[in-house]
Structures are given as structure tokens and as C-alpha cells.
Design a protein around this ligand. Structure first.
Ligand SMILES: Cc1cc2nc3c(=O)[nH]c(=O)nc-3n(C[C@H](O)[C@H](O)[C@H](O)COP(=O)(O)OP(=O)(O)OC[C@H]3O[C@@H](n4cnc5c(N)ncnc54)[C@H](O)[C@@H]3O)c2cc1C
Length: 423
């Protein structure tokens, strides 16, 4: 563990140096216009980094919402351990970095004409466009699960009103109720997220409604940090949290919102509280821009993040296909910095250095019980691939003090990244 942390620290320094490498201030780049769509972890980081790398650039960030509500740590809100306000961040400091904020939704992209049209009627011209719109839920991906159904069976996979709805339903549930969750097949936003959520809901039930039970129906047999989660569940939540994998009949084939029922090939599971995490895809604007393929996600060059379907348009964060790199806020932030360097280099007619990208995902199994997975990635055969031996997971046999320390690291990570991106 110690050597893994030392390695990651040195790699992080190297990656930061690599990102800051191109010193560009050519006349050609000076007048260039970059539009970034999506003010989440990826887009906001990219917009700021672009201006830091080349203060002469004109950078406009297009964001639909007035405030950003962060998903990391939203599972703690659902479990009653945190207030939603702690998840909310504004965009007021963007101007300090010389980034122009266009508070509107991007409704169309003309890749040939190099323009983005906004809902408020504005048309923005660009030399390079960065799309960082995150995900949309596939409303056609699970029979019975519609936008109306989500008001009864919340997904809470975009933080905000849905997070609070699930929280309120858990609070209103009688002790002895059965909470049922479903997790989708890969790929989806935050691979460890459903398992952290199950853990923290189990913590809430154990401490507040001990006669209750949680069933997690899963469309997979394997998931992120599986051995760590399962050994923690056996120790902390025996008899309370039941995980049903694909081969045990966990794949949900449809839902019945009127009766809060999940249907699999083998059984019907009626819930007192139902949390559906449905299949996902890149957010709609990616499709409209012609950068999403038939999978619903966006293929990109792993060194520049430029779309393989439309030149001049880069895609970062959850919307993109990143090979082995998971869809996380940490990853979105790392990709955004490397993408900004690539955009600046391209605008200056320079080559792009092959990036090394780091991801670490912390999960809480209980408030004082943290686990993590880390990986380092490099472009390989058109994808981002794991650098063998560079990452790892928390040790399986760690003691309580170690787990408590990792829970603190998780808090520290959230404070650091949100201060960097939105502070
Ligand atoms: C429950 C849960 C827990 C998680 N925990 C962690 C964690 O512990 N660690 C971690 O690293 N990651 C975690 N994640 C994953 C993380 O939230 C995402 O990977 C991250 O938010 C992706 O960043 P992004 O910038 O690609 O997308 P987002 O953060 O979703 O940002 C996209 C932005 O684009 C805007 N947008 C979309 N379309 C348009 C448009 N047409 N016009 C204008 N604006 C638009 C949206 O309003 C949004 O602000 C978690 C996710 C969930 C659901």
C-alpha cells in the first residue's frame, strides 16, 4: 500500500508536469476560440486549464444549470450522513480565470460550420469544441422505467432532487421494510457507486431501522472492489444486505412502478423503497453533435480526446469511451487537463505528448470504513489501457484504523477536487 501511494504520488507529479508542458503563446493560438459544453468535473477543469495554459485563448463554458450538484458523496446524503448543500457548487470564480460562462443549454452543434447553438438563441463559433456533458439515463433501456417512474422509483444517479427523493423515501419507510436496488451492466457512471450506496443504505438501516433489509439486484457477476465490499458486508451487515449477481438471477428485465416491483427471469421483488440505477449513455448533445456511436458513448483518440467521428471536437469525462479508465470525477478531472494541453498544442500546430492518466476511487462502506482502487492508464491500441502493476486496491486484511484512515482520505479527496474545480 505504502509503495503504491508513493508510486501514485510520483506519477501524479509527472502527469501534472506533462500536462503543463506545452508553452504556447503563438499568434495563431492567441485569437483562437474554444467552447466547452458542460460545467461538471470534466468541463470546468478543462475550461480553467485552457486559460492557464494559454491566457490569450477565448474560452466559453456552456452550462445549463446555475449550480453544480456533485454526485461523489451524494450516497452519504441518501444515508442521512450529509446535507445536500455540501454537494452544491457555483461558477462565480470562473471569471477570475478569464473563462466566460454561458448559462444556457447547448441544443445543437454544427461540426462543419464549427458553431454551437444555445437554447437562449446564441450561436457560438469555435475553433475547437470540448464536449463534457456527462450522462443521460436510457429511458428506453429498462422496460417500465420512464421519467414518470423515476418519481416513484428514484435513480438518484444525477445528484439533486432525485437524491433527496430517495432520502425522504428511506426516512418514511417503516422499520422492517425491504429496500430493493438494481445495478446495470457495464459501462456506467461510477462503477463502485451502486455498492457504496448499498453499503451506506445498509448502515442507515442497521442504525435506524434494524428490522429492515436491502436486496441489490445486479446485472453483473463481477464489480469494482468486489472482494473488499463483500468482506466488509459480511462483517458489518450480515443478514441485512443481500447481493444477487447475474448468475443467481439478479438481472432486472423490467419494473412495475405502480407496485414498486422489480422483475427478473426468476422472481418478482416487491420493494418498500425502490432505487433503480438504469442503463446510461452519453448526454444528448453528444448524439446531436454526431460524436456518439451506436453504443451511445463517444469514441475518442486516447492521447488528444478528439472524437474519432468528428474532427475538431473533443469529448471528455463520463460521455467518452475511455477503455479501461472508469467513469469517475477523478478521471474526468485528469482527462480534462490532458485534453486542454492537447487542444492548446493542436491550435498551435504542435504535436501532442502521450499522456499518463491517474484515477483513484474511494468508497465508504460505513462512515469510518473507507476502501479505494487506483489505476494508471496510457494510450494503447487506440484505447486507454491499465499500466500493469501501477494501480491496486486497499489491502483485504487491513485493520479498523486503516479503514478509518481511508475514510478520511476520501473526505480529503472530495474537498481537494471540488476546491480545485469550483473554488
Ligand atoms: C452516486 C455516485 C457517487 C459517485 N462517487 C464518486 C466518487 O466517489 N469519486 C469519483 O471520482 N466519482 C464519483 N462519481 C462519478 C462522478 O460523479 C462522475 O464520473 C463525474 O461527475 C463525471 O464528470 P463529467 O464532467 O463527465 O459529468 P458531470 O459531472 O455530470 O457534468 C456534466 C455537466 O454538463 C452539463 N450539461 C449536460 N448537457 C448539457 C448541455 N446540452 N448544455 C449545457 N450543459 C450541459 C450538466 O448540467 C452537468 O453540469 C459518483 C457518481 C455517482 C452517481
Amino acid at each position: 500500500m505504502t509503495s503504491r501511494r508513493r508510486f501514485l504520488a510520483s506519477t501524479a507529479a509527472a502527469a501534472a508536469a506533462a500536462v503543463l508542458a506545452p508553452h504556447v503563446a503563438s499568434a495563431q493560438a492567441a485569437a483562437a476560440r474554444v467552447v466547452v459544453v458542460g460545467g461538471g468535473f470534466a468541463g470546468t477543469t478543462c475550461a480553467r486549464t485552457l486559460r492557464k495554459l494559454d491566457p490569450a485563448l477565448s474560452v466559453t463554458l456552456v452550462e445549463a444549470n446555475a449550480d453544480f450538484v456533485a454526485c461523489p458523496f451524494s450516497n452519504e446524503v441518501i444515508a442521512g450522513l450529509r446535507d445536500l448543500k455540501q454537494q452544491q457548487f457555483g461558477y462565480t470564480t470562473l471569471a477570475r480565470d478569464g473563462v466566460t460562462l454561458a448559462h444556457s443549454s447547448a441544443t445543437a452543434v454544427d461540426p462543419g460550420g464549427r458553431t454551437v447553438t444555445l437554447e437562449n438563441g446564441t450561436r457560438l463559433s469555435f475553433d475547437r469544441l470540448v464536449l463534457a456533458p456527462g450522462i443521460d439515463l436510457r429511458w428506453d433501456g429498462l422496460p417500465g422505467y420512464t421519467q414518470d417512474a423515476a418519481e416513484r422509483m428514484p435513480h438518484a444517479w444525477k445528484a439533486g432532487a432525485q437524491t433527496l427523493l430517495l432520502r425522504r423515501q428511506l426516512e418514511a419507510m417503516d422499520d422492517g421494510g425491504v429496500v430493493v436496488m438494481s445495478a446495470p451492466a457495464n459501462p456506467f457512471r461510477c462503477p463502485p457507486g451502486p455498492y457504496e450506496r448499498a453499503s451506506l443504505i445498509a448502515y442507515y438501516l442497521k442504525t435506524k431501522k434494524p428490522k429492515s433489509k436491502l436486496i441489490l439486484l445486479d446485472a453483473k457477476d463481477a464489480f469494482s472492489k468486489q472482494r473488499l465490499f463483500q468482506s466488509a458486508w459480511a462483517a458489518l451487515y450480515p443478514g441485512l444486505l443481500e447481493w444477487v449477481g447475474l448468475s443467481a438471477g439478479g438481472k432486472v428485465t423490467s419494473v412495475e412502478p405502480s407496485s414498486l416491483t422489480f422483475i427478473t427471469d426468476f422472481a418478482r421483488h416487491k420493494a418498500a423503497v425502490a432505487n433503480v440505477i438504469p442503463p446510461q449513455k452519453a448526454a444528448r448533445i453528444a448524439e446531436l453533435a454526431g460524436v456518439a456511436d451506436r453504443t451511445g458513448w463517444c469514441p475518442v483518440d486516447p492521447s488528444t480526446f478528439e472524437s474519432t467521428l468528428q474532427s475538431g471536437i473533443h469529448v471528455i469525462g463520463d460521455a467518452a469511451i475511455m477503455g479501461a479508465m472508469p467513469k469517475s470525477a477523478f478521471a474526468a478531472n485528469a482527462q480534462a487537463k490532458a485534453c486542454a494541453a492537447a487542444v492548446v498544442a493542436r491550435l498551435a500546430g504542435q504535436g501532442v505528448a502521450e499522456p499518463r492518466l491517474i484515477n483513484t476511487c474511494y468508497s465508504l462502506v460505513a462512515p469510518d470504513y473507507g476502501i479505494s482502487v487506483a489505476g494508471v492508464y496510457r494510450p494503447t491500441n487506440g484505447q486507454l489501457a491499465d499500466i500493469a502493476g501501477a494501480g491496486g486496491v486497499s489491502p483485504l486484511d487491513a485493520d479498523a484504523a486503516f479503514r478509518a484512515q481511508e475514510a478520511l482520505y476520501a473526505q480529503g479527496w472530495f474537498k481537494t477536487i471540488t476546491a480545485e474545480v469550483f473554488g
